[in-house]
Design a protein around this ligand. Structure first.
Ligand code: ADP
Ligand code: MG
Length: 253
């Protein structure tokens, strides 16, 4: 069974039809890179997966759970309450383009926050877990720093540690390196590469073609609300079949 199953999803913003029947399966442990021009619907697709956006048709399941809904005994679907949705979302970690750390909390406190608030872990347990995660992203020596005292690359690594703190099955990344100075991109990609090797399922919207080619198992090319092409990186990069993919790759490679 796929870890993330997106089936015939349609998403509208008012009259704007942004996702036009998108279907995509991401297998457990797979790294799926999503490429495509600006405005093609990549962020919207990710945001639909963890129900930051509602969809108007189709369905999305993560680890067998239909996102945003529950079935009653008779099989009828009901929208989840805010609390139920929050519980469902704990299985999905998300890292955005802009580091969205809590500015008034240290790196350690940022990573501890969700396990203490949502999982009701004790402060001691959350703290030792958070220290392990900061070590994993190479920031043991920065745990008492506030976001403003960290570089963009360090902040983004804290954001990754924070997302991992809830032990999600799936991690979503929306252009995690796009807002970084070029010299800081490598340290974040390297943490993501380690994470990929750990076997967690990842969906990564990125313009880092090197990362997509080397680290991804599965590359998806989106254009104008459609998945135009998908396959193994070598196939999509070296033998694209759609004209739109060819045009895009010619511009970015
Ligand atoms: P991408 O991430 O591929 O650049 P997006 O998913 O952000 O594309 O956007 C796809 C389209 O949806 C764009 O035309 C964008 O302007 C529009 N869009 C995205 N978010 C909203 C929103 N909250 N309200 C209205 N339109 C939106
Ligand atoms: Mg986007």
């Amino acid at each position: 069974m796929a870890m993330v199953e997106i089936e015939n999803v349609h998403k509208f913003f008012g009259d704007l039809h942004v996702l036009k029947g998108t279907s995509l399966s991401v297998e457990p442990g797979e790294v799926c890179a999503i490429l495509g021009p600006s405005g093609s619907g990549k962020s919207t697709l990710l945001r639909c997966v963890n129900v930051l956006e509602e969809i108007q048709a189709g369905s999305i399941t993560v680890d067998g759970q239909l996102m945003g809904f529950r079935k009653d005994e008779s099989g009828k679907l009901h929208e989840l309450t805010t609390k139920q949705l929050a519980a469902q979302r704990t299985n999905i970690g998300m890292v955005f383009q802009r580091f969205n750390l809590f500015p008034h909390m240290t790196a350690l406190e940022n990573v501890m926050e969700a396990p203490v608030q949502v999982k009701e872990l004790s402060k001691e347990d959350a703290s030792s877990k958070a220290k392990e995660l900061l070590e994993r992203v190479g920031l043991s020596d920065r745990s008492d720093h506030y976001p403003a005292q960290l570089s963009g690359g360090q902040q983004q690594r804290v954001a990754i540690a924070r997302a991992l703190a809830m032990e999600p099955d799936v991690m979503l990344f929306d252009e995690p390196t796009s807002a970084l100075d070029p010299e800081l991109v490598g340290e974040v990609l390297s943490v993501m590469k380690d994470l990929a090797e750990s076997g967690i399922t990842m969906m990564v919207v990125t313009h880092e073609m090197g990362f997509a080619r080397e680290v991804a198992d599965h590359v998806v090319f989106m254009d104008d609300g459609f998945i135009v092409e998908q396959g193994k990186p070598a196939d999509v990069f070296d033998h694209p079949t759609s004209e739109r993919t060819k045009d895009f790759l010619a511009k970015v490679l």
